[in-house]
Design a protein around this ligand. Sequence first.
Ligand code: AMP
Ligand code: MG
Length: 402
Amino acid sequence: MLEVADALAEVLARVRPLKPSTTALSPAVLGRVLAEDVRADADSPPFPKSLRDGYAVRAADCSSRNAELRVVCEIAAGVLPTRTIGAGECARIFTGAPIPDGADAVVMQEDTQPLEGERVRVTDERVKPGQWVFARGTEMRAGSVVLPAGTVLNPAALGVLAGLGAVEARLFPAPRAFILPTGNELVEPGQPLKPGQIRNSNGPMLAAQVVRAGGIGTHKGIGPDTVDQLLALIGNELDSSDIVLIAGGVSVGKYDLVPAVLEELGVAVHFRQVRLKPGKPLLFGTKGNTLVFGLPGNPVSAAVCFELFVRPAMRVLAGHANPGPITVPLPLAEGVAEVNDRPTYRPAKLELGESGFTVRPLPWLGAPDLRGLQAADALLVLPPGESRLDPGTLASVVLLTV
Ligand code: AMP
Ligand code: MG
């Protein structure tokens, strides 16, 4: 049985980023990754611009106390200056407006007094050349790399791209995952339950995990525990999906038919078990470039295996440099005393206190207890054997929401 780190390495060794494509920019690409450097098409700002409402002056004219200047023109944002500022002159100017030739500084209007007859008194005696002027090209120079390949598009990056005039960019695509919950006992939500049946929690949960991980999920309902139907349902997707996510039917019971079905479909199975709790029966295989994960049917196991193995694979497919899982040391908000037979990933909650985040393990009843996971935004990692940890001890924590 593989250890978690070895199983993850086995997965990552077989994943390559998807082929980038030119993609229209919109809020829908939030979280996607740039596949090539984006360069500035022009200097920014394209002209020296005022950072304040006030007066564009020649700094040398303001060296004496209460210098008085003649206001020769007014420049609003979006308007080009029409004349040069000469000695003893200034221009009324507003934030974002171009600095006229001749002027080399801006005096805030709070440091001035308007006088009769288009004149102004400058009460600030320490006017330095360049003050309140955002010089041409300060933010970026034409041709310079503004956003390097690998940048994750956050709202500011989308604003920068808009500032460059870009309407499209080369992006890694969102991975497409086909989700197939399996089990004869499963019924879709909205349908009545007959004796012995349970509702399909994994389908909607995994679909949402795929979206949270930046992917696109598709599904075709529940797969029954019959070889023929599983062959048809899975076989159709092996060529058209980046990831096939099957939940349930991967263990060693009589009705756990998924491993045999995958073998018949020509999927190369790389491992079938990983030493972790919850989650031991976890299958990973590939066919061509398609990654196949057989997740355990118990919902918490499925969710944890998704976060530890599927999500990192999705990050690589989507062009992220760091596959994760994003793991940080955090102090425990309360003590832990438990014995585990395997490395354990326990539902836990981050709490923000005065000295930063701590992590609190949540009560849960084991692999089927999805309700116990619902409040979690982290997984507390505990080693096998006895864990006796005092509050404040640094523990390893997998973050689920970043
Ligand atoms: P399996 O891995 O198929 O042996 O399933 C393990 C346990 O998870 C069984 O108790 C199943 O009934 C349950 N289970 C399997 N699939 C789902 C699902 N989609 N939603 C909720 N529970 C499930
Ligand atoms: Mg089953």
